[in-house]
Design a binder for this molecule. Structure first.
Ligand code: ADP
Ligand code: ADP
Ligand code: ZN
Length: 215
């Protein structure tokens, strides 16, 4: 199964992708994570993307589609893909169609996480992750069971994203509204889109997604 999780920054795409990976053994393909890894490793792509990401603008379609192409090429054909944060523009949606065909895959669902914009700033500014395993947390909504210790791997090292500040979030939301939301009709035409209430509790959102995937 191949699915897209669509929603503005902070909607819960990463959180829900992580749970789907755990429950279903699917592979999360997050262009944001790939780009952050490239920035950290100071690759050519990373050097191009760094300043753009810090401003909260979108990296070029060609760069992110090439990253997805490489990941799909390396992915076992029996493993389903969760596209998290990709596609973000109509050009990327068109590119993804070609990439899916190239790698012998078919898209089953586009899940739109519907959220209230005011809540997103709180979600984003309270977000942090385990520096060791990447597990996502929130100051208010998802604290580790034991303060300062990762539930998943026991690490005591956490980090926050540089672009998770209010000003950058506003730019990221504007980018979503202007460039990403308009791709929904592209998928609605093929009847693939289900809208889910992303304001619900994390577990309830997961349950709603499972329901869609189970048909
Ligand atoms: P995205 O990948 O869409 O940017 P995340 O999954 O990283 O979003 O979620 C953003 C922040 O909000 C994280 O700190 C996460 O723990 C928290 N979060 C995710 N889903 C929910 C939810 N349904 N209710 C409350 N907080 C949530
Ligand atoms: P969020 O979890 O808040 O939705 P991401 O981690 O997906 O954010 O993305 C972080 C940044 O990486 C974006 O603001 C953008 O600069 C860049 N980025 C990630 N995915 C894409 C994409 N598909 N197209 C263009 N830029 C992207
Ligand atoms: Zn961890």
């Amino acid at each position: 199964m191949n699915i897209i999780l669509l929603g503005p920054p902070g909607a819960g795409k990463g959180t829900q992708s992580g749970l789907l990976v755990e429950h279903r053994g699917m592979k999360q393909l997050s262009t944001g994570d790939m780009l952050r890894a490239a920035v950290k490793a100071e690759t050519e792509v990373g050097l191009k993307a760094k300043a753009i990401m810090e401003r909260g603008e979108l990296v070029s379609d060609a760069i992110v589609s090439a990253l997805i192409d490489d990941e799909l090429a390396a992915l076992d054909e029996s493993t389903g893909a969760i596209f998290d944060g990709y596609p973000r523009t109509e050009a990327q949606a068109v590119a993804l169609d070609a990439l899916l065909a190239k790698h012998g895959r078919k898209l089953q669902h586009v899940i739109e996480l519907d959220v209230d914009e005011d809540a997103l700033v709180e979600r984003i500014t309270g977000r942090f992750t385990c520096a060791n395993c990447g597990e996502g947390y929130h100051d208010t909504f998802k604290q580790p069971a034991k303060e300062g210790v990762c539930d998943k791997c026991g690490s005591t090292d956490f980090k926050r994203r540089k672009d998770d500040n209010e000003e950058t979030v506003r730019t990221r939301m504007a980018e979503y509204r202007a460039k990403t939301a308009p791709i929904l009709p592209y998928y609605e035409k093929s009847g693939l889109v289900t809208r889910i209430d992303g304001m619900a509790e994390i577990d309830d959102v997961t349950e709603a997604i499972e329901k869609v995937l189970n048909g």
